[in-house]
Design a protein around this ligand. Structure first.
Ligand SMILES: *[C@@H]1O[C@H](CO)[C@@H](O)[C@H](O)[C@H]1NC(C)=O
Length: 194
């Protein structure tokens, strides 16, 4: 009888030691504290992110997250810009006029609007590109990702006319260029936060 109790006790003692051993494997008391601190920081961060997301959703500036630059690799590299007088061209250092909103109206079909100028990028039958206040079919572009992962933008209503910049950052007439020329390639980029 006494022997049985003793073996039971030793089993219990053994289990206790095992448990402690496992606990120790997870970290010393100091590490345990660190772990708790990390978990707490993690949950705080999650809460903060959730709060931020909620604010962004409610804010009128929500669209800001979707603003972008269209970078052209030709010449020294340019960012497409739409000035308030309707002029469209490239500028090396992105300006407030190169902040664009590229929005899809159907899969693969987009409109491009200057955030500052509030003008839509439109292309005429003659391949002339300008910023216009009034949105029309001439302001719709087929967005196509090329093999090099740059996008091309071709007019939806005037087939074969591409948005293109010259090596000096000037707008090229749409019908003289094709999708294989670097002048038609644009990389959508996120503006860097200020
Ligand atoms: C718009 O303004 C720019 C810079 O001020 C100028 O170079 C360009 O010629 C103007 N375009 C038109 C259509 O007036």
């Amino acid at each position: 009888m006494g022997l049985r109790w003793m073996s039971l006790c030793s089993i219990l003692l053994f289990l206790c030691v095992c448990c402690l051993g496992v606990d120790e494997g997870a970290g010393s008391p100091g590490e345990h504290g660190d772990q708790l601190r990390r978990m707490w920081l993690h949950s705080m961060r999650n809460a903060k992110n959730r709060q931020k997301a909620a604010v962004e959703q409610a804010s009128p500036f929500r669209g800001l997250a979707t603003h972008q630059l269209l970078y052209s690799p030709v010449g020294i590299g340019f960012h497409l810009q739409i000035l308030t007088n309707g002029s469209v061209g490239g500028v090396h250092e992105p300006s407030e006029y190169s902040l664009l909103k590229v929005f899809a109206v159907r899969p693969g079909i987009v409109g491009i609007r200057g955030v500052k100028s509030e003008l839509y990028l439109c292309m005429s039958r003659q391949g002339i590109v300008q910023g216009l206040r009034k949105f029309s079919n001439e302001c719709l572009f087929k967005e196509h990702m090329e093999e090099n992962h740059y996008n091309t933008y071709s007019s939806l209503s005037h087939v074969g006319l591409f948005l293109a910049l010259s090596h000096r950052g000037q707008l090229r007439k749409g019908h003289r260029v094709g999708r294989h020329q670097a002048s038609t390639h644009f990389l959508p980029r996120k503006p860097l936060p200020h």
